[in-house]
Design a protein around this ligand. Sequence first.
Ligand code: 4AD
Ligand code: MG
Length: 432
Amino acid sequence: MSSWTYVSAIREHVGQEVTLKGWLANRRSSGKLHFLQVRDGTGTIQCVMEKKIVGDEPFDAAGALPLESSLAVSGTVREDPRSPIGFELAVTAFSVVAPAGLDYPIQKKEAGTDFLMDHRHLWLRSRRQQAILAVRAEIIRAIRDHLDSQGFTLIDAPILTPAACEGTSTLFETDYFGDKAYLTQSGQLYMEAAAMAFGRVYCFGPTFRAEKSKTRRHLTEFWMVEPEMAFVDLDGDMAIIEDLLVAVVARVLDRRREELKVVERDVSKLEAVRKPFPRMRYDEAIEVLKRAGASVEWGADFGGDEETILSRQHDSPLLVHRYPADVKAFYMKRDPQDPRLALAVDVLAPEGYGEIVGGSQREDDLAVLEASLERHKLPREAFEWYLDLRRYGTVTHSGFGIGIERTVAWICGLPHIRETIPFPRLMSRLSP
Ligand code: 4AD
Ligand code: MG
């Protein structure tokens, strides 16, 4: 057998005999020719099979092979200007690895989203889903490359935790040898500890929120990157967020043009993302919303509707900062200029996408933090270790969390978050 290669590497083999291994995505036949679309995960290539070359029996077998069967095809790579990838394979031999059943559930006809979600394990084979997940992988790689190049150390946070980080109402509880444990809502508190050891750190992992929200923006399990930096204040935090997002957009535009085309993304919208990003105080945001006719009062957190209005007004992500402390988490530092406010920032992605990043400067004063724990009715014992960080060499520090799925939704221009993760967990979905 000739040497095994991938569709993505086919241009290096023009005129050579190669073998591809994959799945039969589609077939068209005319007389003594089959045009087999073979998908191998790196791309799809047309394989032209002639009866007189492969012989009657293999030719008939290929003609009867159900779609989605796995197979190996060997042949000569030739250039073809009509091919979307510029090449096709002139088949010399083919073998079936495993024939698919005739009842492959996902047919060409339009299927509803629920049906496709129920068959997510097969839906992943579609061109569009592959494109979205390839962009996702690129975004993750871009975030990690950027942070790694900026002196950050990756520190993994635990998944099983003894206490809440982001409010007690969205905790998934589990039995831990007779005690209670919770699936982590955020690795942040652990990153604060790590920042006091390493200076600049980040974690990347799954996080869980028992959100009773059936919106296009909420998952119960999502992936988050959470950088944390010692000796950085809110302004520094915002600058780091801005640089990170610029790097991510540039990387996807550079490396995933094809995939953006598949998902029909208007890339001019991404190309318009530029530093400096607009910044706006919460106070100003309230005024903007009122002028736009929203019925929102000072003191309220923004919901999806408010974020949509705000984020439609700019080409680049909008940094909204200094929210009322009462609607934000216990660990955020109060604004010394106005103690009603927290030194918080939310980043609202343009085109109506809304919050993709949430961050803040952290409370670094022991007494103030103790009072905050009490106000939020959080169990003091579970946070003793966290208070130690303020007892032993406390410093100004800040961080943020970027939600991978919401970022993918924005960059791919998707209406709903459910297609941005391989196997979504929603309030109403735990399978497949
Ligand atoms: O704003 P959040 O809740 O902030 C934190 O968890 C902080 N501890 C982060 C930090 O400062 N280290 O969440 C951060 C981001 C949101 O901006 C959003 O992108 C994403 O996580 N996110 C969700 N994504 C999908 N489904 C949900 N239910 C989400 N909740 C938050
Ligand atoms: Mg938030």
